[in-house]
Design a protein around this ligand. Structure first.
Ligand code: PLP
Length: 388
């Protein structure tokens, strides 16, 4: 990856040379990604999903950068995240996706937050709170069109228009969520759109929202009034069968703490799960699963095996992991790197360049979303840009 400079706004208290790994977050790329998505949104408002600490990038940095780009509406999962987002965006609309927990109405009111109501119980509670306060506070309603996870069932959604509680608050958004929008040919996409249309037409005048990142790129999809991208903002590929239209936002570098040669028939790491077939050179990196780097990226087998395991970019060379990822360390086979190109203290890329978050996720047997949202609190973080 191109090495990012911190422009003096290194956040957090961990100095780079005291940390095992350095996370580089490019807020200009984040803002550029928001603009790319806005240009694909067919005139709908482009919100930003900033749950899970803005997918690991930091709510306090991401929200102001997105606000400066023009974003006016944010979604988080938890009320605690919403309070952090409110501090970072005093005037934005902020929705809490995971719904209304009993007794939290006054916190919503205090911070001007909007719950996403997903059951008749939640709707009744919110309506009751609004009646007690004599205020028509704002909320979204979530209808489940296929995920079977969160939201009113379809039959419930179709009776919404008859619920008298809807008069007690202001429904600022009717929303649903795609099951597999990243699979552009999945027939479920069209079925969900059709179901959503049915509920939407029964509640005329209520703004509607369906697409997530991948949904924005579906052919012939309606954008409705507001789109809710998350992953693509942070550089994830919303169109996995095609090239990634987004800019990378996150880079991760670790440092080589030791280099050693191991002999043929030596094993490397816990439980001796990786066997050197010939003499190999091993670099030990100062990052491990306690930093959120997945242990499922471990390389088990023999040196030279074509394994689906993690890789690192060492001196410009792609090097495979060797052995189990430990809590604080990763061992990498650097035999193929010219000896003069690698030394103790060198910086190694774990996310960046060809090692996209999608690729790192694939090599860990998971998705890039999980890579991002696990980015550890132990990293030094450098932020670039974001000045708008
Ligand atoms: C997380 C989430 C999103 C964002 O999804 P991405 O795939 O990250 O774009 C949108 N809507 C809801 C309801 C979500 O839970």
């Amino acid at each position: 990856m191109t090495k990012l400079t911190s422009h003096g706004n290194t956040a957090g208290s961990i100095p780079e040379n005291a940390a095992g790994g350095v996370l580089h977050i490019d807020l200009d790329a984040l803002a550029a990604n928001w603009r790319i998505l806005r240009d694909h949104a067919g005139g709908a408002e482009t919100a930003a999903v900033v749950k899970a600490n803005a997918y690991g990038t930091g709510i306090e940095k991401a929200v102001p950068a997105l606000s400066k780009a023009g974003c006016r509406t944010f979604f988080v999962a938890h009320l605690s995240e919403a309070i952090r987002a409110r501090a970072a965006a005093p005037d934005a609309a902020i929705y809490v996706l995971n719904g209304l927990f009993s007794g939290t109405g006054s916190t919503y009111a205090e911070f001007d937050l909007r719950p996403v109501l997903g059951s008749f119980e939640e709707i009744e509670e919110w309506a009751g709170f609004c009646r007690a306060e004599s205020r028509k506070l704002k909320a979204a309603i979530h209808v489940d069109t296929g995920m079977n996870r969160l939201g009113l069932t379809m039959p419930q959604g179709l009776t919404l228009k008859d619920r008298k509680e809807l008069n007690d608050f202001e429904t600022t958004l009717l929303m649903s969520h795609f099951v597999s929008a990243e699979e552009s040919d999945n027939p479920l996409n069209a079925q969900q759109i059709e179901a959503f249309e049915a509920v939407r037409s029964s509640l005329p005048g209520v703004p509607a929202s369906l697409p997530n990142s991948s949904g924005i790129f579906l052919r012939d999809k309606p954008s409705y009034d507001l789109v809710r991208p998350g992953y693509a903002l942070y550089g994830g590929n919303p169109t996995p069968s095609r090239d990634n239209p987004m800019r990378p936002v996150v880079g991760l570098e670790g440092r080589i703490v030791q280099l050693r040669w191991v002999e043929a028939d030596d094993t490397v790491g816990y439980n001796g799960r990786w066997l050197a077939l010939t003499r190999r050179r091993i670099a030990t990196l100062s990052i491990g699963y306690a930093d959120g780097y997945p242990r499922s990226s471990s390389a088990r087998g023999k040196s030279g095996d074509e394994l689906l395991a993690g890789t690192a970019l060492v001196g410009g060379h792609t090097c495979p992991f060797a052995g189990n990822v430990s809590m604080d360390l990763i061992t990498v086979d650097v035999t193929d790197v010219p000896e003069t190109d690698v030394k103790r203290g060198d910086t190694v890329t774990l996310i960046g360049g060809e090692l996209t978050i999608d690729e790192v996720g694939r090599r860990a047997g998971t998705i890039g979303y999980e890579i991002l949202t696990n980015l550890g609190a132990r990293y030094a973080r450098t932020y670039r840009g974001g000045e708008g």
